[in-house]
Design a binder for this molecule. Structure first.
Ligand SMILES: [Ca+2]
Ligand SMILES: [Ca+2]
Length: 378
């Protein structure tokens, strides 16, 4: 008893001292920063003063918006099909906005600090793009916003749904041929001189002028025609039965998609729900199909609501223009998956005469399709 009373105060002091070492002096503050909402087909950015090396984390991004950036700049890129709204990012520690640009493609420029490193090439959220496209978008936007953009960069930005002003020519409706001419440099952004107006990227891609290219007006993916004769027409959003060979409406060929393997097709497909065989359907992609980054489904006359269940977290199903169901991983939340189960509600009684299409977009950007009659459709 005596012993403990004499030693207790010293022990308590020691314990209190140890506790002081464990408790941080002050909680680490987090700053949330918002970008201006970019117009459709454009990009906005904020220049930021934060700790060097601080990494922004996306707290909120409208559907389809791509977020790029690092410690001193964050850009919100809104492809034409993406929703509007500001992007919010969080930084550990103090961070504040020092400059804003609402329209990077309209000619707003970034402060030199934001351009001195390649932060816009870092993808924080890829929206509805594949990882490779999001990366290509970042690199092209970095050059576009900071000077040094090439015709190939402009082509990449346009292919991914951005509206780049006509400082670099592109074939327009009614234009006769893509004949080169001097580029009228109307854009306010710094651009390299020369202005060679050829849109195809370097490397002499022969496919750009292939058999189903349509020089002069819109390309093969938005001309309303079945250019490759496979019964599918144009890009998603351009027609009721889009062609998976079109990456988007600015693509110049409808070709490139391949049939999925027989093993995959055997265990996958679209079927009507037995209790409601007119407007309720189910699309399934199963294990023999291998990993897909994204899946989209076309059932006539269209899909008005969808859901997706996969083996990995973070997937959403959205309805795109003209009733295409599109399942993809929102904000790259984890591993991509090989199994997709997608309940679908159709816009009207299923058109049993028309096959359903399931499109598998692979991580290596190749595209496979399953085109089959709708099971249980009468
Ligand atoms: Ca076409
Ligand atoms: Ca095709």
């Amino acid at each position: 008893m005596m012993r403990s009373t004499t030693h207790l105060p010293a022990r308590r002091l020691l314990a209190a001292a140890a506790l002081c070492l464990l408790v941080p002096a002050a909680p680490v503050a987090a700053a949330t920063i918002a970008t201006p909402s970019p117009p459709a087909g454009d990009a906005s950015a904020v220049a930021i003063k934060a700790k060097p090396g601080a990494r922004p984390v996306v707290a909120r991004a409208p559907r389809g918006v791509v977020v790029l950036g690092g410690p001193s700049v964050v850009a919100a890129v809104r492809p034409s099909a993406a929703q509007g709204g500001a992007v919010k990012v969080r930084f550990r520690g103090r961070a504040k906005v020092v400059a804003k640009a609402t329209s990077l493609l309209g000619g707003a420029s970034l402060p030199a600090g934001a351009c001195s490193s390649k932060q816009l090439t870092k993808v924080l959220a890829r929206g509805a793009l594949t990882a490779a496209d999001a990366k290509a978008l970042g690199a092209a936007l970095q050059r576009r916003a900071c000077g040094g953009a090439t015709a190939a960069d402009v082509a990449v930005l346009r292919r991914l749904g951005l509206k780049v002003p006509e400082s670099a020519p592109m074939p327009q409706s009614g234009a006769s041929t893509p004949t080169p001419g001097p580029a009228p440099s109307t854009g306010a952004t710094p651009r390299p001189t020369g202005g060679t107006p050829t849109p195809p990227p370097s490397g002499g891609t022969p496919g750009a002028g292939g058999p189903d290219a349509d020089p002069g007006t819109f390309g093969a993916c938005r001309n309303g025609r079945d250019d490759d004769g496979d019964g599918q027409i144009d890009a998603r959003g351009q027609g009721a039965n889009p062609d998976p060979g079109c990456m988007n409406e600015n693509d110049t060929t409808e070709t490139g998609e391949k049939p999925a393997s027989a093993a995959c097709a055997a265990v996958s497909g679209v079927s009507m729900t037995p209790g409601n065989p007119t407007t309720s359907a189910f699309a399934a992609v199963n294990r023999d199909c291998g990993i897909s980054a994204e899946v989209w489904v076309v059932v006539q006359p269209g899909v008005q609501a969808c859901d997706v269940f996969t083996a990995e977290p973070g997937y959403v199903c959205v309805i795109e223009k003209l009733g295409v169901a599109h399942a993809y991983q929102f904000l790259a939340a984890g591993n991509i998956t090989d199994i997709y189960d997608m309940p679908l509600t159709l816009t009207g009684p299923a058109d049993c005469a028309k096959p359903a299409t399931i499109v598998l977009e692979r991580p290596d950007l190749s595209v496979e399709e399953i085109v089959e009659p709708i099971e249980g459709c009468a």
